[in-house]
Design a protein around this ligand. Structure first.
Ligand code: BGC
Length: 964
């Protein structure tokens, strides 16, 4: 049957340019790149629009086209519209260029000029800095949190100020003010980087804050990641240094072209103020009675303030940010205030989030309120055990009189619940709110479907990503950890790149990784920035982030520049592994995390997974060598290409010999092993691939479609099942609600992704393992499969220049829709099954200047080629329903597992009779093919279990049309 599109829009339309971007910047003020690459999005509803050429012209500050040579490209014949090389002379420090773009289509149509887009360089060279780091000139006991210093100075401005830029950073975190006004809406600047190698500085346009005559500038410093206690097991303070310091350079440009600078030097004054202590893990203590009103306003008497001292620091480590700043991105109101069994006041925000509280309180001067934070309640009380020794407690002492509003400045917490102590009078919902903090990444991906539990799961992935993308990608945001664990972002990177624009954010993190890896002789630290005291040891998957994350960024943003920037780091990791593995090309010794948090591992020993960790290590060795070879090819490094592709082939051969039987079984009979071998292409022969697929499907079925994978297998298992043709099995895993499964946490009320499959046990108790977070994104890496397979939208070429639309309806879903804002524009795939009509509607949106290949459900024949525009199909389609048969305990366990409804009631019967069942394989190996009666023949619960199962099956409605 020939499928005809149900809409064929006309072709007469206009073409315009919607967004001109520089690099991956959200804001192009203070670029650290002197040749920022350009990208633009074309808007047109003319179908199949392809770019034939572009023209870029520069404008001077007055907006006139600079008719000077080199300020306009003329018509450039090219279909490239993303990350186009800078066509002009390199920017010099502070240089500001405004430009416009227009494009031609292959249909000869020319667009209008784009809106003006401006990029301004930051201070590109260390010698651009006249300012020096200044630190308060007093002694401190840095073995404990110290009061936050405030630094200030006054200066005069003459008439005719045209522009003012503030370039500023700190050792510690800072908030700067000019004439009493904050210079920005950023939080926790300069952010966390590998401070010994890279320290970000910010560039602010502060022209509007200044006035002719006397002005004042000031900054408050906090310990931040520079001096706060970091690391688990007690951690360490002062990892980067003992002295907080400020570096500020205010550059004034007058209309007559003259410039002046106000810089940090010994003329600054310093004092302490209301912030008595601030710590990332432990919170902030603030005494409002010690505030210094108008301290950053001219005329403030700082006579009793002390001086500052210069502090040496290599200005060559200063870098302009490539990712967005941390900001308050949302205010969450409380949903309930209640009393705990012990009489404490609890506030529930209904959403597990990352940020801090803002309170408005009225009471006596000197009264102190205490605010504690936690993600869950335990026995109705604040569940602080999972925080380990992060105090996550803020204290505010009132100045008294009128209502006062306060929010901590230099800390953040991971919490859903807050405990409020010593609040004067009654606490009302309006008195308190939660400020959500994270790096202000642009949202670029959305998914929804007909199953509310899956939608909640997806929302939980989004919230966990927001909560853990705060300056760096952290493992968790609440306990005495919050570290840039490499393995977690390795597995989550594809999902992250879909949901938000993380290109600049992760490029910065990767630069830290490369710097610290170099220092460690090629070993990739387990966490970046690396604050762990031990010498880093090479560990697979975690170390492979050095190769996988840049590769994923290239795949998802089409940015070969990231491969070029990271190539040495990528190669030196593979070289190191090759050295460790030796001639045998197998990494079979040394420390490995392996399939961390495999659900069968004991709560206190998450490392004891079913899959052989060395199988995982060698599988990743092959993968990384392969990717370094392919990156070399893209970068035109032929020699490296040959070398690493050959190495990859050798490792694959060694892996096959060591771990794969001729028939295709793996010598680690576990789901993760099969998922890795299938997804990493490690099975040489097609019959081996088929057998491995069967084995994987059998293992998953035998586990009753419970999850059986940890950090390594979880992002791969659904893809591997689909790859092997077991789509329904993948959906059964996704839709499983019993523990362990993705939806189990959702049924338990989760609003973020949990670190463990059972961070909360079915009885509501917190998992006994001391490592139990309720906000870890790693297990949420399944979202990438959901976007690509359930939604049906995947990149078919780097950066989505070509898009594959291959939705795979299943699991009884009647509808799904996925959208992604690619660098070319919005792409979308949506399908709706009309159960009554027995038809399906499929709709895809292809951005201009890209193409798509559509494989329609039920018609997975040759892909349909589509150009830009909206394309729709509607055709007969039957939802795949599991065929139901009458089941009894004489049927095999597998036959019952195959029937979702039957398995759900039998599982409930088993849970009720055998609560210790942990969701793994039931009975002896191979029990799926045994009659239920036999599976439990030797179980101590035999009779109770069999009668419960028989009753559950009898209670089921029979197959369609049969009467039970
Ligand atoms: C972290 C994880 C990390 C793991 C590695 C945990 O403590 O929370 O995110 O991947 O350690 O072992």
């Amino acid at each position: 049957m020939r499928l005809r599109e149900t809409n064929s829009g006309n072709n007469i339309s206009s073409v315009s340019i919607s967004a001109v971007r520089f690099e991956h910047y959200r804001e192009a003020l203070g670029s650290g790149v002197d040749r920022p690459r350009l990208s633009w999005m074309v808007e047109t509803d003319s179908r199949g629009w392809r770019q034939a050429g572009y023209e870029i012209v520069c404008y001077d500050a007055a907006g006139n086209t600079q008719r000077v040579p080199g300020s306009q490209t003329g018509l450039v014949e090219s279909d490239q519209s993303v990350l186009v090389d800078w066509p002009f002379a390199p920017l010099s420090s502070r240089e500001r260029v405004t430009l416009r773009v227009r494009v031609w289509g292959t249909d000869g149509q020319r667009s209008a000029w784009s809106e003006p887009a401006t990029v301004e360089a930051g201070l590109l060279h260390p010698q651009d800095w006249l300012a020096r780091f200044v630190t308060p000139d007093w002694a401190e006991d840095t073995s404990r949190p110290q009061p936050s210093p405030m630094l200030r100075r006054e200066f005069s401005i003459s008439a005719g100020l045209a522009q003012a830029r503030l370039y500023v950073t700190a050792l510690g975190v800072y908030e700067a003010q000019i004439n009493g006004q904050p210079v920005s809406d950023h939080v926790l600047d300069p952010g966390w980087t590998s401070y010994d190698h890279r320290l970000q500085y910010q560039t602010f346009d502060v022209t509007a804050l200044l006035r002719e005559g006397r002005n004042a500038i000031g900054a408050t410093l906090g310990d931040g990641w520079y001096r706060s206690r970091l690391g688990f097991g007690g951690g360490r303070r002062n990892i980067y240094g003992e002295r907080l310091a400020l570096l500020a350079q205010l550059e004034l440009t007058y209309a007559d072209g003259t410039t002046e600078r106000v810089v940090t030097d010994e003329s600054w004054r310093a004092a302490t103020g209301p912030i008595l202590a601030s710590d990332i893990y432990d919170g902030e203590t603030y005494d409002a009675r010690l505030e210094r009103p108008a301290w950053s306003v001219p005329g403030y008497d700082d006579g009793d303030w002390l001086g500052v001292a210069l502090l040496q620091r290599d200005l060559g480590t200063l870098v302009a940010p490539t990712g967005p700043a941390v900001r308050r991105t949302e205010v969450v109101a409380p949903v309930a205030i209640s009393r705990s069994p012990s009489g404490r006041t609890l506030v529930d925000f209904g959403q597990n989030l990352v940020g801090r509280l803002r309170v408005t309180v009225q009471g006596e001067a000197g009264q102190t309120i205490t605010l504690r934070h936690a993600e869950v309640l335990e026995n109705g009380e604040l569940g602080t055990r999972p925080l380990r020794n992060a105090l996550a407690t803020d204290r505010y002492t009132l100045r008294g009189g009128a209502p006062e509003t306060w929010e901590p400045a230099f800390t953040f917490h991971g919490f859903r619940y807050a405990e409020v102590e010593d609040w004067p009078g009654e606490l009302h919902l309006a008195d308190i709110s939660a400020m959500v903090l994270h790096s202000d990444l642009e949202r670029t991906g959305w998914f929804e479907c007909s199953d509310p539990l899956i939608n909640r799961l997806h929302e939980n992935v989004v919230w966990s990503m927001r909560g853990n993308f705060l300056s760096i990608p952290t493992d968790c945001p609440q306990r005495d950890e919050r570290l840039g664990w490499t393995g977690d972002i390795d597995v989550f990177a594809p999902t992250a790149c879909f949901l938000f624009d993380v290109a600049g954010f992760l490029a910065s993190w990767l630069a830290d990784l490369a710097a610290e890896q170099k220092e460690a002789g090629g070993v990739v630290p387990l966490v970046v920035p690396n604050i762990l005291p031990e010498q880093p040891v090479p560990t697979a998957v975690w170390g492979d982030a050095a190769v996988i994350v840049p590769w994923v960024l290239y795949q998802r943003y089409g940015d070969a520049g990231i491969l070029a920037a990271q190539f040495d780091s990528m190669r030196s990791w593979v070289d190191l592994v090759a050295q460790v593995a030796g001639e045998r090309r197998l990494w079979d010794h040394g420390f490995q995390f392996g399939d961390w948090l495999d659900p069968s591992a004991p709560p206190t020993r998450p490392i004891e997974a079913r899959t052989d960790p060395f199988l995982i290590a060698s599988a990743y060795f092959a993968r990384s060598a392969e990717l370094v070879g392919r990156a070399a090819s893209l970068l035109g490094r032929a020699e490296d290409e040959a070398r690493y592709l050959a190495l990859a082939a050798e490792v694959r051969a060694a892996f096959a010999t060591e771990y794969i039987t001729p028939a295709g079984r793996l010598l680690s009979d576990a789901s993760t092993a099969y998922a890795l071998a299938i997804q990493f292409g490690l099975l040489p022969e097609s019959d081996q691939r088929q057998r491995a697929g069967e084995m994987l499907a059998e293992l998953v079925r035998a586990s009753g479609y419970h999850i059986s994978t940890g950090f390594v297998g979880t992002p791969l298992i659904c893809d591997a099942l689909c790859h092997a043709g077991y789509f329904d099995a993948a959906y059964r895993l996704l839709l499983q609600r019993d523990c362990p499964s993705w939806l189990y946490s959702v049924t338990m009320g989760a609003t973020t992704i949990w670190e463990r499959w059972d961070s909360l046990l079915p009885d509501g108790a917190i998992n006994p393992g001391d490592m139990t977070s309720f906000n870890h994104y790693a297990l949420g890496a399944v979202a990438d499969w959901i976007h690509r397979t359930v939604g049906g939208l995947a990149p078919a070429a780097p950066g989505y220049r070509r898009i594959e639309f291959r939705p795979l309806p299943g699991g009884g879903l009647s509808y799904a829709r996925v959208r992604h804002r690619t660098l070319y524009g919005m792409a979308e795939c949506a399908w709706t099954i009309g159960v009554e009509t027995g038809s399906i509607e499929v709709r895809v949106v292809v951005p201009p200047n890209t193409t798509g290949a559509v494989v329609l459900p039920g018609h997975d024949t040759t892909p349909i080629e589509v150009g830009s525009g909206t394309h729709q199909w509607s055709y007969p389609y039957q939802m795949r329903k599991p065929n139901r048969v009458l089941l009894t305990i004489d049927n095999t366990l597998g036959e019952i597992i195959d029937d979702p409804a039957a398995w759900a009631v039998v599982l409930a019967a088993i849970r009720a009779t055998m609560p210790e069942y942990a969701g793994g394989e039931l009975g002896p190996k191979g029990s799926a093919n045994m009659p239920v009666r036999q599976v439990f023949a030797h179980s101590q619960h035999k009779s109770k279990l069999l009668s419960a199962i028989a009753a559950a099956l009898a209670g089921l409605d029979g197959p369609e049309g049969s009467t039970s």
